[in-house]
Design a protein around this ligand. Structure first.
Ligand SMILES: Cc1cc2nc3c(=O)[nH]c(=O)nc-3n(C[C@H](O)[C@H](O)[C@H](O)COP(=O)(O)OP(=O)(O)OC[C@H]3O[C@@H](n4cnc5c(N)ncnc54)[C@H](O)[C@@H]3O)c2cc1C
Length: 450
């Protein structure tokens, strides 16, 4: 398909997916080229253009922001209310790399940024930030309206195939090539995202671009993804959501991998917020070990001692089968599975349950075992774990340490967060910081020349 160069139309939901065609060829030179019209690329383009850089934003899909549109069940959980330190701590591994980007456009500033482009935001549960309309299309329309106002040239249906830097006496320029031509600019941003949700345009091409400039790319895994289990009993419990379930990897070396949150059983395994969260850690372990044993506490973290006391109380209460008591604490199907795993007949009267059987039952209640054997892949994932190595990038500007003038932002970098607005917040903030870096670098180059 022929690439379309266009200025996006006004900030309406429709304009979020329909781009007009601009006459003439899009082949041209600019100050800045940005590859990838997702959350990070659009914000990088806005910031660079606000700082006076002539910017071309190149997107391979027919429209911008496809993953953004799908985010948060098309409602777009665009950030959260954590302060910077809490935010980075929740991200965990490498979270501190985000510091300068969050200082530039952390939660409160991001909300101001959106208000400034006509997108009001709300917090309904004290934590998640949403557009007031609860529609991703509003967020995308706001961004596209601003791109148009700033006369950023947006080129869609244009898959970049290679990137090079050509050195010249005056510092050189980047050339990016697509099937029908090429673009040139002194600065380049790789904002190509990760591998999750391939139908949004995610293909991982950006990793090769980064590698072509000497960047290392770490192993990538689907994260934020439902998991598959060896056991088939979760399929018997699909009607239920377990609140505050605690999941922990049952391997001595990885016992610190644990999360608490809502759990949903599926026909073939587990999903729900706690699973999406812990899957960030499980995917690499699965690749390494093939399967990962976990234990689950499905009773709000109740301990062995808590259960011993409860059983003691039940023994003095009217005579009833074990299953009837357990059903007061757990969904029936889950209680049945726990009896089965403990080799306890659920119809046994609690008062007649031998001490050893009671102890086994309690152990299973506190740590219900399950074996994770896989996940549903990038189609079902919301983020990619792994990417362009952080060591090769300056956190304060997101400029490459290996190739001056090259910037990387968003999910293409080796950073991912849990559910709850972490990944979009990072995409927006890192895009903004890269845009600032582009402007600053240009200003300092200009002052050197004058
Ligand atoms: C279903 C789903 C729901 C989600 N919900 C949330 C949520 O509610 N909150 C949250 O914080 N996060 C959420 N996320 C994660 C979040 O959407 C992403 O982390 C974020 O959008 C990444 O932004 P990005 O700009 O780095 O990449 P992307 O948005 O993926 O943008 C990269 C763009 O680059 C383009 N591209 C790639 N290669 C090329 C090439 N060679 N040439 C030209 N263009 C190219 C792609 O087509 C794409 O448009 C969700 C993700 C998914 C899949």
């Amino acid at each position: 398909m022929k690439p379309q160069a266009s200025a996006p139309r006004g900030p309406t939901a429709e304009s979020a997916i329909v781009l007009g065609e601009m006459p003439g060829t899009p082949d041209s030179a600019a100050d800045v080229l940005i590859i990838g019209g997702g959350a990070s690329g659009m914000v990088a383009a806005i910031r660079a253009a606000r700082l006076g850089r002539r910017t071309i934003l190149v997107e391979k899909s027919p429209s911008l922001g496809r993953k953004l549109l799908a985010s948060g069940g098309q409602r777009c959980n665009l950030s959260n209310t954590l302060d910077t330190d809490q935010f980075m701590e929740r991200v965990g591994r490498e979270g501190r790399f985000m510091g300068p980007a969050l200082a530039e456009l952390g939660g409160p500033k991001l909300r101001e940024f959106f208000h400034g482009i006509g997108v009001q935001t709300v917090v309904l549960d004290g934590f998640r930030v949403w557009p007031e309309t609860r529609k991703s299309a509003t967020v995308l329309a706001g961004l596209m309206g601003e791109l148009e106002r700033l006369a950023v040239e947006v080129v869609t249906n244009c898959e970049v195939q290679s990137t090079v830097h050509e050195s010249t006496e005056d510092g050189g320029h980047f050339v990016i090539r697509y099937p029908l031509g090429e673009f040139r600019a002194r600065q380049l941003v790789i904002a190509t995202g990760g591998l999750a949700l391939p139908k949004s345009g995610a293909s991982g091409g950006g990793y090769a671009f980064a590698e072509s400039f000497g960047h290392k790319v770490t192993a990538r895994h689907p994260a934020g993804v439902p998991v598959v289990t060896a056991e088939d009993w979760p399929g018997r419990c699909t009607a239920h959501t377990i609140g505050k379930a605690h999941l922990q990897v049952d391997m001595k070396k990885h016992a610190k991998v644990a999360r608490t949150g809502d759990l949903i059983f599926t026909k073939s395994g587990l999903r729900g917020p706690v699973v999406l969260d812990i899957s960030r850690e499980l995917s690499p372990l699965l690749e390494r070990y093939g399967e990962v044993p976990i234990v689950m506490n499905l009773c709000g973290g109740r301990t062995q001692e808590d259960w011993q006391l409860l059983f003691k109380e039940w023994r003095t209460a009217p005579v009833r089968p074990v299953i009837e008591w357990l059903e007061e604490e757990l969904p029936l199907e889950v209680a049945e599975v726990i009896c089965e795993l403990s080799d306890v007949d659920p119809t046994t009267l609690l008062q007649k349950l031998p001490g050893e059987a009671k102890d086994t039952l309690i152990r299973t209640l506190v740590k219900t075992p399950l074996t994770i054997t896989g996940h549903t892949g990038y189609d079902g994932a919301f983020v990619t774990r792994g990417g362009a190595r952080l060591k090769d990038v300056r956190p304060e500007t997101l400029e490459s340490k290996l190739q001056p003038g090259l910037y990387l932002c968003g999910e293409v970098l080796d950073l991912d967060g849990p559910c709850g607005g972490f990944n979009l917040q990072w995409a927006f903030a890192s895009g903004y910081l890269a845009g600032s870096g582009l402007g600053l670098a240009a200003a300092s180059e200009a002052s050197k020349k004058s």
